[in-house]
Design a protein around this ligand. Structure first.
Ligand SMILES: Cc1cc2nc3c(=O)[nH]c(=O)nc-3n(C[C@H](O)[C@H](O)[C@H](O)COP(=O)(O)OP(=O)(O)OC[C@H]3O[C@@H](n4cnc5c(N)ncnc54)[C@H](O)[C@@H]3O)c2cc1C
Length: 260
């Protein structure tokens, strides 16, 4: 079985979010991690590998430093890492990102593609289902459990108060939830092995069946019209009054502000 796992390098928001003066994220100044849903997706793939003997390839699109996330995945047990990086891909929205990832995946043999449900920075949850659409394969989203039976994948698909068991023939794409499992740690041996492994680096020229007009900023139909911080609430006013005074104080304030 061949499994492709899409992993995204995202800013570690626990270390504090840093902004550029124009309000965009200062990604260079922030620590980065593997997106949590993707890490669970990778762990699911590695468990299938342990059980059935699969080949696991991790794929990311990003800046050259996104190689770190591939090394981490390989230190956990992934067999191959592919970095898609090219200036023309910069500024991609979800459409351009999924077009790029699908263009890269068309070079590969795969039975199962696993993506995270959503990235903690973009938060759209669109990229996984869009990749399946580009490749013309079924998608099962919100996986809280993934099993393989013959040529089918069986997934527990999470809802707010229940789950459905959904079965699809492979090739199929599954989007994983962080709650799916407890990802394994990298081992010292795995870290050394990953440093010796080659990472495949692809650019625009390696993408199959994609049009330039669907790539990068120019190929992104989503445009950010305006970015601003949330309006902060005032600190409020603290007063100490007995109950009768408090009622008349509140009535005066509400009248003053034309609420009543
Ligand atoms: C006009 C515009 C410009 C933008 N410019 C930039 C920019 O310059 N730099 C930037 O980082 N972001 C930029 N973004 C944000 C970018 O659109 C999203 O980060 C990206 O499209 C993925 O969407 P998402 O994070 O919502 O992913 P989701 O749909 O929430 O992700 C779902 C899953 O898809 C997979 N996935 C998503 N992205 C990748 C990836 N790159 N590689 C591998 N797997 C992936 C992961 O498995 C992930 O869990 C821009 C957005 C817009 C609208």
């Amino acid at each position: 079985m061949k499994i492709v796992v899409c992993v995204k390098q995202v800013p570690d928001t626990k270390g504090g979010v840093k902004f550029n003066p124009d309000g965009t994220l200062d990604r260079g100044a922030m620590l980065t991690i593997m997106n949590p849903d993707d890490k669970a997706g990778l762990e699911a793939a590695l468990r299938l590998k342990d059980q059935y003997g699969a080949e696991v390839t991790v794929l990311t699109m990003g800046l050259p430093k996104a190689e770190d996330v591939l090394r981490e995945a390989m230190a956990m047990g992934a067999d191959n890492g592919i970095l898609v990086t090219d200036r023309v891909l910069g500024g991609a929205d979800t459409w351009a990102t999924s077009t790029t990832l699908a263009g890269a995946i068309r070079n590969l043999e795969y039975d199962l593609i696993i993506t995270g449900r959503q990235a903690i920075d973009g938060d759209t949850a669109q990229v996984g289902p869009q990749i399946s659409e580009h490749l013309g394969i079924p998608v099962i989203s919100y996986a809280q459990d993934i099993k393989v039976e013959g040529d089918s994948v069986i997934v527990e698909r999470q809802y707010e108060d229940r789950y459905h068991v959904v079965k699809a023939k492979m090739p199929c794409l599954v989007t994983a939830l962080a709650e799916l499992n407890e990802p394994r740690y990298m081992t010292p041996g795995g870290i050394f092995d990953s440093l010796e492994k080659e990472i495949t680096v692809w650019g625009r020229a390696n993408l199959v069946d994609v049009d330039d007009s669907d790539l990068g900023l120019a190929g992104s139909p989503t445009k950010i019209a305006k970015a601003s911080d949330k309006v902060r609430k005032g600190t409020g006013e603290k007063v100490t009054l007995d109950s009768e005074e408090a009622v008349s104080y509140l009535m005066n304030k509400l009248t003053e502000k034309h609420v009543i």
